[in-house]
Design a protein around this ligand. Structure first.
Ligand SMILES: [Zn+2]
Length: 204
């Protein structure tokens, strides 16, 4: 099990200085996206139940200002050697060699990263929020999926995808990342994030 998952902030995928509304948002979207009723298969459903439990336990503490302050104090004392700020990291696949690396969440802004396995440089958007479900757009012979993504600094971009796998079943508010093909602006992977789980699909 990911040791970060023990941490309430890591469980909700937020920074430990996140404002109360952001914590509530992360919890609400998480329990909605991973509601066990949305998963039919046994193993997937069990995992969804575990995630939901974890989200609720994090919310019980972080959603209450007094409990949160107490938790913050214990958390700081418990890790005196660790830096005080936890930045959530996301599992991001390299578009060239598919090696998955842990990359810090940058709040949904586009940045360039380098694959530690093959050295390829590629653009990524990490930890953006889906403002609406992806919708079909364009002429019939060239249909595309368009999804509005919001970064933590409030910027909104319309991201276009060639494919949108049904299994992603994205819901409004979910946290996602986009990996672009090297030297291009075409998205190759779309990754859906949840506590302890990053699910990526090819979208080109
Ligand atoms: Zn690589």
């Amino acid at each position: 099990m990911d040791p970060d998952a023990e941490d309430h902030y890591a469980a909700l995928g937020v920074r430990d200085d996140a404002p109360a509304e952001q914590i509530e948002d992360a919890w609400k979207f998480g329990v909605l996206a991973f509601h066990p009723d949305r998963f039919r298969a046994g193993e997937q459903r069990e995992r969804a139940e575990r995630i939901t439990k974890r989200l609720n336990s994090a919310w019980q503490t972080l959603g209450d200002p007094v409990a949160r302050a107490r938790y913050d104090r214990t958390r700081r004392n418990g890790k005196s050697d660790a830096p005080p700020k936890v930045v959530a990291t996301r599992s991001i696949p390299c578009p060239t060699c598919s090696t998955v690396g842990r990359i810090p969440d940058n709040g949904g802004r586009q940045t360039e990263v380098r694959c530690s396995a093959c050295g390829e440089r590629f653009a990524v958007i990490i930890g953006a929020h889906l403002l609406d479900r992806p919708r079909l757009s364009g002429p019939m012979w060239r249909l595309r999926f368009t999804a509005p993504l919001r970064s933590d600094d409030g910027r909104i971009r319309e991201q276009v995808f060639r494919k949108m796998p049904q299994e992603l079943s994205l819901a409004t508010g979910e946290t996602v990342s986009v990996v672009f093909a090297p030297k291009g602006t075409r998205p190759r992977y779309l990754i859906r994030h949840a506590p302890g789980l990053d699910m990526g699909w090819r979208v080109d």
